[in-house]
Write a protein that binds this ligand. Structure first.
Ligand code: NAD
Ligand code: ZN
Ligand code: ZN
Length: 374
């Protein structure tokens, strides 16, 4: 890889195998992603380039690719904010990491570092933040550029394929359980035990709570039970509100299902003084919550967005101590469109993690030819 590579190489056919990489690109919100061959990025001041090993498929990537949210990414872009890999180049001024370090590229790709939120442990609320795989190209790619100050440091010995989902699904639910205030005597309801939820169950158990897991398929509920859930409710077959109220009502409910209806059920499953944590971000952006019951029952509703670098350190520490398990399925990046469909169909248990290790070295010639349009 040489510094200053540009797309000119593609146009002139003067290809250096080291300068091209494979990436899955969103070009249109209504079209499938396209696998393209692009120049490997070069790091600017404060930036690093990471050779991605493992890249998790978060449901947020699907919202990004479909343009689901009020603020849309600028096309074209590379999604992916659960990227883990090895630093191959560091830009000027980088001291936090060095070549050869294993790092994680989380959703919070950049924050200003000086605003009231950044200096008070709420960098995730920084107005100037840039999000990986949304406001800047992400980790569905053999190489990705990142701001050194905001990457996660993956401890030695941690499997990169575990570290990847922990970089978003892990840190987000770890933080959401904190936000729920869950304590040992509490009943915590986890609505949606997919990529995020299977970790939420474990963090709620680590907090000492009794956990009820809610989802729509028996496979996911069986997994939740194996991971420590005390009760499970199949919302496709029974009313979760009734089932949870029969248990005395939830002290906290964490809404991770991509469905406003699930948020409303989570609200109704609370007991007095309960807390509802909003985490999922369905395209359908509103819920109906009754004012009267919220007031009379002293309910707290809190929004929770990912977690800080400190939260991610704690997530990795817990995993290194064997306190959490990541349920995942490894696939190649070429399956990206089918993988998205499988997540939407609800047939994936845990997380899909793309394996980018071999791709980076296995097919340089083929990549050259494709990029050159041969
Ligand atoms: P996922 O698809 O892996 O999991 C969602 C789960 O909800 C699935 O298991 C699905 O079967 C289940 N589900 C769907 N409808 C349901 C219903 N009515 N009742 C119960 N369960 C239901 O998705 P994910 O990657 O875990 O992400 C979940 C959501 O969280 C997405 O909207 C994503 O954008 C959002 N997210 C938010 C943050 C944040 O910081 N707030 C971070 C990451 C992801
Ligand atoms: Zn995510
Ligand atoms: Zn800031």
């Amino acid at each position: 890889m040489r510094p200053g590579s540009t797309t000119t190489f593609i146009n002139t056919h003067q290809l250096d195998p080291e300068e091209l990489m494979k990436a899955a690109v969103v070009r249109d919100f209504r079209q499938p992603l396209v696998i393209e061959h692009r120049p490997v990025p070069t790091p600017g001041h404060g930036e690093i380039v990471v050779r991605i090993e493992a890249s998790g498929l978060c449901h947020t990537d699907i919202h990004a690719a479909h343009g689901d949210w009020p603020i849309k990414p600028t096309l074209p872009f590379v999604p992916g904010h659960e990227g883990v890999g090895i630093v191959t180049r560091v830009g000027a001024g980088v001291t936090r990491v060095k070549e050869g370090d294993r790092v994680a590229l989380p959703w919070l790709g950049y924050a200003c570092g000086t605003c009231e939120f950044c200096v008070s442990g709420w960098e995730t609320l920084c107005v100037q933040q840039v999000n990986t795989g949304y406001g800047m190209d992400g980790a569905y790619s053999e190489y990705a550029k990142a701001f050194a100050a905001y990457v996660g440091i993956v401890p030695a010995g941690l499997d990169p394929f575990d570290a990847a989902p922990l970089a978003c699904a892990g840190v987000t639910t770890y933080k959401a359980v904190k936000a729920s205030g869950a304590r040992s005597s509490d009943l915590v309801a986890v609505f949606g035990v997919g990529g995020l939820g299977h970790l939420a169950v474990q963090y709620a158990k680590i907090a000492g709570a009794t956990v009820v897991a809610v989802d729509l398929t028996e496979d996911k509920l069986a997994m939740a039970k194996q991971l420590g859930a005390d009760y499970t409710v199949n919302a496709a077959r029974e009313d979760p509100v009734q089932a949870i109220q029969q248990l005395g009502g939830a002290d906290a409910a964490i809404a991770l299902a991509v469905s406003p209806r699930a948020f409303e059920q989570a609200f109704a499953s609370l007991r007095r003084k309960g807390t509802l944590v909003f985490v999922a971000l369905p395209a359908d952006n509103s819920v109906r919550i009754p004012i009267f019951e919220t007031v009379l029952n002293g309910i707290t509703i809190v929004g929770s967005i990912v977690g800080t670098r400190k939260d991610l350190d704690e997530v990795y520490e817990l995993h290194a101590r064997g306190r959490t398990h990541v349920i995942r399925e490894t696939r190649s990046l070429e399956t990206v469109n089918q993988s998205i469909q499988d997540v939407l169909d609800g047939t994936v248990t845990g997380r899909i993690v793309f394996d980018l290790r071999d791709a980076a070295v296995a097919a340089p010639l083929e990549r050259q030819l494709t990029a050159a349009g041969v």
